[in-house]
Design a protein around this ligand. Structure first.
Ligand SMILES: Cc1cc2nc3c(=O)[nH]c(=O)nc-3n(C[C@H](O)[C@H](O)[C@H](O)COP(=O)(O)OP(=O)(O)OC[C@H]3O[C@@H](n4cnc5c(N)ncnc54)[C@H](O)[C@@H]3O)c2cc1C
Length: 281
């Protein structure tokens, strides 16, 4: 039988202290869409759940051009999808958030829960990476730290969070108009995705990031460097797809990507960059 103690503190200090003072089976509960499923199927053991939704400051969304977008840990995916500021300034994020689960999941699930899972199935990760997101972390014993999301995600399914640390929110800089999209690669329909990819153009700078099992999410900087400052031609786009293919194969330590997956990814890369190159300024 599954049984655990449940606490709902109203400040971060107490929440973090509870994590430090209790054993490894004490977990933070946010939207619970992932954690509760894992407790039910017994892949996670839980003695104590510390629900952080009672902490008012974690529900804030804030934006200004100098500091960018701040998203508190408990802001739901649905609230972000419906936020006028996200629609207007960070449209690319909506693509990845809308692809998460169902309406019911998005109503409870959070973008912070998505990154804390650290899973290659986490749909927001590659988009947050190309947006240069910073993760803001609090601990009762260590104080505050802020790190780039690339350093936060340490390996498939793991993060750099230490015992007692809580992600209080994320910060996404504002660098002007962002264009681009998010793509999931499925092995076949009705199955979980095996990889995801985000491509963006921020002002005139291209960004591309990719995530699959057996690696950390990666920016394909070779593609970005090749394209930046260049008047992109159709030939360049074929070259870009080739560079990306080389990088993906290098990173595919589990040999997950088959010929047809690589072809699908290359076609998608070509399609998106072609759309960029044809778009009037
Ligand atoms: C049916 C179903 C479909 C799904 N489909 C998708 C999908 O298509 N794509 C996708 O990416 N995900 C999917 N998910 C997974 C999940 O819904 C998302 O990852 C969601 O964003 C998790 O957010 P949450 O707030 O519910 O996290 P929770 O379940 O509350 O927490 C997830 C993990 O993060 C930790 N955590 C949460 N908040 C913090 C914090 N502030 N500081 C430190 N640690 C924290 C928790 O302790 C837990 O280990 C699906 C889940 C279900 C059940």
């Amino acid at each position: 039988m599954i049984g655990f103690q449940y606490y709902r503190p109203d400040n971060l200090e107490i929440a973090s202290e509870m994590l430090i003072k209790n054993g490894i089976y004490t977990h933070i509960l946010n939207g619970g869409t992932d954690l509760i499923e894992r407790i039910k199927d017994e892949t996670v053991k839980a003695d104590i759940l510390v629900d952080i939704k009672g902490i008012e400051t974690l529900h804030e969304i804030d934006f200004c051009e100098d500091d960018g977008l701040y998203i508190g840990a408990c802001v739901t995916l649905k609230d972000l999808i419906n936020s006028s500021i996200v629609k207007e300034k960070y449209r690319i994020l909506i693509d990845s958030m809308e692809s998460i689960g169902t309406e019911r999941i998005r109503k409870r699930g959070t973008v912070i829960g998505n990154i804390c899972n650290g899973s290659y199935l986490g749909d927001t990760l590659t988009t947050l990476i190309i947006l240069d997101t910073e993760v803001m972390i609090y601990s009762y014993s260590r104080g505050e730290r802020q790190i780039p999301i690339d350093d936060f995600l340490t390996w498939t399914g793991t993060t750099s969070l230490k015992r007692g640390e809580i992600v209080r929110g994320i910060k996404i800089p504002y660098n002007g108009y962002i264009d681009g999209g998010f793509i999931k690669i499925y092995k076949n329909k009705n199955q979980l995705s095996i990889a995801n990819l985000s491509i963006g153009k921020i002002n005139d700078e291209y960004r591309i990031a990719f995530y699959m099992p057996g690696t950390t999410p990666i920016r394909i900087r070779e593609v970005e460097e090749f394209l930046n400052g260049r008047e992109v031609t159709e030939y360049d786009i074929y070259k870009v797809a080739k560079i990306a293919e080389k990088k993906l194969l290098e990173k595919d330590s589990f040999n997950l990507l088959k010929k047809e997956d690589i072809k699908q990814i290359k076609d998608l890369i070509k399609y998106v960059f072609l759309a960029f190159s044809k778009k009037p300024d």
